[in-house]
Design a binder for this molecule. Structure first.
Ligand code: TXA
Ligand code: MG
Length: 351
């Protein structure tokens, strides 16, 4: 199959391209599309056979449920059996935006996409191309991130093409994604809302709207089974093993220099995924191509938006071992650290 990449820069002028995407989706085909978090791999969410194509294209385990993307509030009611008060509050405060609500599902949602669960994840993306495409399709769109299962999520059309070339007919290119990490998943089916996956809608923002919010213990590395099935899989990991250095920003550079000297002494070719400050301070001991700069120390929005592309870039180097720089776990830092912990298999050194 030939994969076509179509740049969408003007939604009104490009209605014909969006209508074509809608037609492919209604016909059971797959279309990759931009959202404000990461690129999604879309199919008609009410068509179990169409969704089966997603699992095949990604190599995704079949027990990992898909979330459904809607264009507006009315579409939520077509798939959710009930919208509890806390979910109404979240819809009002954050939708459209980078959040997914777990709600009880209606029977119209195929069993096969929820992995047999009685609940469904619902997300109303803010990206204009995503919204226009869902409207053109006229149905809720099932979409996981548009990567091969286990790899980092793509935040550019080029990264989607790298994983999906030849597997899908169409990629809508809406430029780089704004946030760069997947949506915050909030389970709204219990009396107290629980974050199942941290994202750009932070724990602090949720607590402000809801009063209380819990954190699934699996997020912070506790050895429990996560409630979001996809969170149990190895994910985001670059080819070379990675160790995360965690601690105060001021101690980072000396700690990196110590670790790198040790690794060089052992005959390794270390690579580094770290801040502008740390990578700049390592130029005298490591070649530039093994220094992946994820953004200025403490600039969490920039780090989040770069993290996956930089993880992907690690595989383009000849590094045989990687050192990553941890951030705070406050605010957006919780989402960044969750991805870095998974990418490093929870292998950390506290400095
Ligand atoms: O930002 C995002 O959410 C992106 C864009 C494309 O919208 N999508 C995304 O989908 O990240 P995916 O499939 O890569 O991640 C969805 C996560 C998985 O970990 C899955 O196990 C979990 O949501 N999930 C889906 N349905 C669920 C349910 N009913 N209960 C609990 N977790 C669920
Ligand atoms: Mg994913």
């Amino acid at each position: 199959m030939k994969t076509e990449v179509v740049k969408i820069t003007d939604i009104r002028a490009q209605q014909a391209e969006l209508a074509r995407a809608g037609k492919i989706l209604r016909g059971g085909g797959l279309v990759a599309f931009p959202t404000e978090t990461v690129y999604g791999l879309g199919a008609n969410g009410l068509d179990a056979d169409a969704c089966a194509n997603i699992y095949a294209a990604k190599g995704r385990p079949s027990d990992n449920p898909l979330i459904l993307h809607v264009a507006d509030r009315a579409m939520v009611d077509t798939i959710a059996a009930e919208v509890p008060a806390m979910a109404e509050k979240l819809l009002a405060a954050f939708c459209p935006g980078p959040i997914t609500l777990i709600l009880r599902r209606k029977d119209i949602v195929p069993d096969r996409i929820t992995g047999g669960l009685q609940t469904v994840g619902i997300r109303m993306p803010e990206h204009p191309v995503a919204r226009a495409m869902i409207r053109a399709a006229g149905v809720p769109i099932a979409a996981p991130s548009a990567n091969i299962s286990g790899r980092p999520s793509p935040t550019t059309a080029a990264s989607v093409l790298r994983d999906m070339d030849g597997r899908i007919p169409l990629i809508l290119d809406g430029g780089p994604c704004h946030f760069g990490v997947e949506s915050t998943i909030v389970d709204c089916t219990e009396p107290v809302a629980t974050i199942l996956r941290p994202g750009a809608i932070t724990r602090e923002m949720l607590a402000e709207v809801l009063g209380g919010v819990k954190l699934d213990p699996a997020i912070v590395g506790a050895k429990t089974v996560p409630k979001a099935p996809g969170m149990k899989y190895k994910h985001y990991a670059p080819d070379a093993p990675m160790t995360l250095l965690e601690g105060p920003a001021a101690k980072m550079l000396p700690a990196f220099r110590r670790q790198i000297r040790r690794l060089l002494g052992e005959g390794h070719r270390p690579g580094v995924l770290a801040s502008t400050e740390v990578t700049a301070g390592l130029r005298d001991i490591l070649p530039a191509e093994r220094l992946m700069d994820y953004g200025p120390q403490g600039d969490l929005p920039t780090i989040a938006s770069n993290i996956y592309e930089k993880l992907i870039a690690c595989n383009d180097t000849d590094a045989d071992i990687l050192l990553g720089e941890g951030t705070t776990e406050q605010g957006l830092g919780l989402a960044i650290m969750n991805r870095l912990h998974k990418a490093s298999g929870f292998h950390s050194i506290v400095i």
